[in-house]
Design a protein. Structure first.
Length: 428
């Protein structure tokens, strides 16, 4: 598939290509008719009784040859069918390989918006599991960062290990680093994901190491519950160091900025919940009124969904699809998925009272089909301007018209080189 901008695809923002409610359909697969295997028994049943003047041995030899030929032809046809069945998967992998080869040099440049606009359509159609590791690493620039920051991750681990052996506070610490590390150890032991199969898993040892390293990389945030589920999801597809740097990127860089969710004042969490509730009222007014009558607030069930970007509650099949798109499009995907989930549950929730609503929603995540939810969410006409409007309203209500936090998150590209050098060589 040629990766050329022909101008036919729409751009992001208010001109969303899905605002009309039309779902980008998959290319229809050709029907493959699998022929019935013809057995030697069925062929032999067609035998006729030989005439008396015929030689049975000769006829038997002919029939044996005929049966062998039929079976060989059938086996060749079955081999052809298997090739036809496998071909779409191979073609999909080849397509993604070509896409990633073309966008890799452009990540982190002024062409980022072009990459987002082109890749998002491929992502929405589905990313093969076999390509997810490379896609996540390339599309976020993690591969480039790892080459530029060699030794930094190991330095953070050494620093965390040295703190584990002491109990003192450093001058800039509000809380004991050792307390943070102890909390990481506790949460790691009780972290589990809602896997759809046993094929994907993560190492708790690696999870502990990544979280400990990040707590040293960003001591202002350190560690907050919820980060463990996000990292565990990363480790289901990525190597340990890749998971660390992807955490750094999604915590600190646009269009993700998860760091705001886990800051001390949790300002990002409050804004996120405000936007979520407003979007529910906008797109599902009847359901919102029903929940209000039953005194059920959105924050009572969507907080865990959104703070962990669905990693703590939903099957990995859906979670991986959410993250595929989130890493390309940003927060719009998170809210769009929430609306897709509410659309799926609306018919049931409208007939339930307070206690039954909460009970239903507590078991709801384990019953959803990831592909169905993601397809349904694309039919919802959510636009960037809807989210921005509610964000602006929140900032005004919070007493600030500024679009940026007064304390800007630390950027990977602005990390102090001296600090990096110290971390990469520290043996304390």
């Amino acid at each position: 598939e040629n990766f050329v901008d022909d101008g036919s695809e729409s751009k992001l923002g208010d001109e969303s290509d899905h605002s009309s409610g039309v779902l980008l359909s998959e290319e229809e697969e050709e029907d493959v008719v699998i022929p019935r295997r013809v057995t030697s028994t069925s062929v032999c049943s067609l035998e006729t009784v030989p005439e008396e003047d015929e030689e049975p041995a000769y006829e038997e030899a002919q029939m044996t040859s005929k049966n062998s030929s039929v079976v060989e032809d059938e086996e060749r046809r079955m081999d052809d069918v298997e090739l036809i069945i496998d071909k779409p998967f191979e073609a999909e992998e080849l397509k993604w390989k070509n896409v990633l080869d073309k966008v890799s040099p452009l990540v982190g440049t002024s062409s980022s918006s072009y990459i987002q606009d082109k890749v998002k359509h491929h992502i929405r159609k589905g990313l093969p599991d076999s390509m997810r590791q490379r896609a996540w690493v390339v599309l976020t620039g993690v591969d480039r960062i790892m080459n530029e920051r060699k030794g930094v991750y190991q330095g953070m681990l050494r620093h965390a290990n040295s703190i584990s052996q002491t109990s003192g506070l450093t001058p800039n610490d509000k809380y004991s680093n050792r307390t943070v590390l102890n909390q990481i150890d506790k949460d790691t032991d009780r972290t589990s994901l809602k896997h759809s199969s046993s094929e994907r898993t993560f190492s708790r040892r690696e999870l502990r190491r990544v979280l400990r390293a990040y707590s040293q990389f960003d001591p202002e945030v350190g560690y907050c519950q919820g980060m463990n589920y996000i990292v565990a999801t990363f480790l289901s597809f990525l190597s340990e160091e890749e998971a660390f740097w992807l955490l750094v990127v999604v915590m600190n860089e646009e269009p993700y900025n998860l760091r705001e969710l886990f800051s001390e004042d949790m300002s990002g969490t409050h804004e996120m919940l405000y936007i979520a509730e407003k979007l529910m009222k906008q797109f599902f007014p009847k359901l919102s009124k029903h929940l209000q009558r039953e005194e059920v607030r959105a924050s009572m069930f969507v907080t865990q969904w959104l703070m962990t970007l669905y990693t703590s509650s939903f099957p990995l099949d859906m979670v991986s699809r959410v993250w595929d798109s989130f890493l390309v499009e940003g927060w719009k995907v998170v809210y769009r998925t929430m609306l897709g989930l509410m659309k799926h549950a609306e018919g049931t929730l409208l007939h339930l009272s307070f206690e039954h609503i909460l009970h239903y929603l507590s078991s709801f995540p384990g019953k959803v089909d990831g592909q169905t939810i993601m397809q349904e969410s694309l039919k919802i006409g959510l636009k960037t301007k809807h989210i921005q409007k509610h964000a602006n309203d929140w900032q005004r209500s919070a007493g600030s018209c500024s679009q940026e936090s007064s304390s800007s998150p630390k950027k990977v590209s602005r990390l102090d080189s001296a600090t990096l050098s110290t971390c990469s060589t520290s043996t304390r």
